[in-house]
Design a protein around this ligand. Structure first.
Ligand code: FAD
Length: 386
């Protein structure tokens, strides 16, 4: 067991840290205020070869590891959540999944663009009437000749208002339980692909969220991702990396709030001394620092297990522990950061109010905290029966 990053990983962390401090952080307030996609940062991440960080080099990726993915996500989220989400949607949700499950045709068709940043990508599971209970989705795909016809809609989808390509899940076998759904790579150029409304949101404001509508949408049969009626395999194979990426994003956000409030506590004086001299303030900062480190142990352990090829129960359990702990921790840490800044923390003059707003969705997206607890309990009960 070795908890240190390798020399190469430290170098990657240093490079992204510098890029985030110099180019990403200065734009973060405007990205949030104006609710605009951080296109400049996204393009730069593409040109740095990071948007397909785990994708093999032959398809335009960096051939990196899940640990690398966590490092990049954490460093970006420390500076600007919207940029970290833009990275994770392409690198973790779309490209990583396509690289693992796609045919050579699909990989050649979409991975180079998604890795370079030419294509903005995403995944679409959630529907107006099915969120946590994803298997009860209503969107249907029917085979007709050499193509599938998709009908239905997806809601609350990251990048829906601007994206070029999405992994979309639809029912192909209404009578089958775990054999009911299939995954498709759906391109915005396909006839019958439409965008619905975009949402105005509390946080993640620079990450566009919206609706996708499929109205007799024609999807060529070669755009089926994985096997017919085995969409659950594709979905499940992507969930752990998605949850770990959300964990890393939560760590970065909490770390950003901790670092800012630590410095503020040193600079601000009340009762003739710095805030940092008060034990009640020290208690908050100690708890934040310790919780960030605890979350990092879980998230990076989960990523290391994925890199070592661990799948199934142990990997699922750890991904859920990591996502649950890190996301809840990011909400608590950012709230405490606002408290340390007092009234100023509540204003938009300082970044901690944005961080607190950005943290809330971490406990909801990628499976809510309640759903993570259900998964964990199911695994613990199974263990009892063995
Ligand atoms: C900014 C943003 C980005 C998103 N991006 C994407 C995306 O890219 N792709 C995508 O597919 N989806 C995306 N989502 C959707 C997100 O994954 C869902 O919001 C989430 O899975 C919860 O589903 P829901 O909102 O329908 O809530 P519901 O499922 O309706 O749940 C509502 C509440 O009930 C609780 N609950 C539900 N079932 C149970 C139960 N059995 N026991 C106890 N409590 C329960 C939930 O935990 C929650 O607190 C995004 C959402 C947001 C806000």
């Amino acid at each position: 067991m070795d908890f240190r990053l390798s020399v190469e990983e430290e170098m990657l962390k240093g490079t992204i840290h510098q890029f985030a401090a110099k180019e990403v952080a200065p734009l973060a307030a405007a990205v949030d205020r104006d609710g605009v996609f951080p296109a400049k940062n996204f393009k730069k991440l593409g040109s740095m070869g990071l948007l397909g960080i785990t994708v093999p080099e032959e398809f335009g990726g960096a051939g990196g590891t899940y640990i690398d993915m966590m490092i990049v996500t954490e460093e970006l989220a420390c500076a600007c959540t919207a940029t970290a989400v833009a990275f994770a949607a392409n690198a973790a949700l779309f490209s990583d999944n396509l690289a693992r499950n796609g045919s050579d045709y699909l990989k050649q068709q979409y991975l180079p663009g998604a890795c370079s940043g030419e294509l903005v990508a995403g995944i679409a599971m959630t529907e107006p009437s099915t969120g946590s209970n994803v298997m009860s989705m209503q969107t249907r795909a029917e085979r007709r000749g050499d193509h599938y016809v998709l009908n239905g809609s997806k809601i609350l989808i990251t990048n829906a208002p601007i994206g070029d390509v999405f992994i979309v899940y639809a029912k192909t076998n209404p009578s089958g339980g775990s054999d009911a759904i299939s995954a498709f790579v759906v391109d915005k150029t396909f006839p019958g692909f439409h965008r619905g409304r975009a949402f105005d949101k509390m946080g993640w404001r620079g990450s566009p969220t919206g609706e996708l509508i499929f109205d007799d949408c024609i999807v060529p049969h070669e755009n089926l991702l994985g096997s017919l009626n085995r969409g659950t395999d594709v979905l499940m194979s992507g969930l752990n990396s998605e949850r770990l990426a959300m964990g890393a994003l939560s760590i970065g956000l909490a770390r950003g709030a901790y670092e800012f409030s630590f410095q503020y506590a040193k600079d601000r004086e009340q009762f003739g001394q710095s805030l940092i001299g008060f034990q009640l303030i020290q208690d908050k900062l100690v708890t934040m620092a310790m919780h960030v480190e605890m979350a990092r142990l879980l998230v990076y352990k989960g990523a290391a297990m994925m890199d070592q090829g661990t799948r199934g129960r142990d990997a699922n359990l750890l991904a859920s522990y990591a996502k649950l702990f890190a996301s809840e921790m990011s909400m608590t840490a950012t709230t405490e950061a606002v408290q340390i800044l007092g009234g100023y923390g509540f204003t938009k003059d300082f970044p901690v109010e944005r961080m607190m707003r950005d943290a809330k969705i971490n406990t909801i997206g990628g499976g809510t905290s309640e759903i993570q607890k259900m998964i964990i309990m199911r695994e613990l009960l199974e263990e009892q029966h063995r």
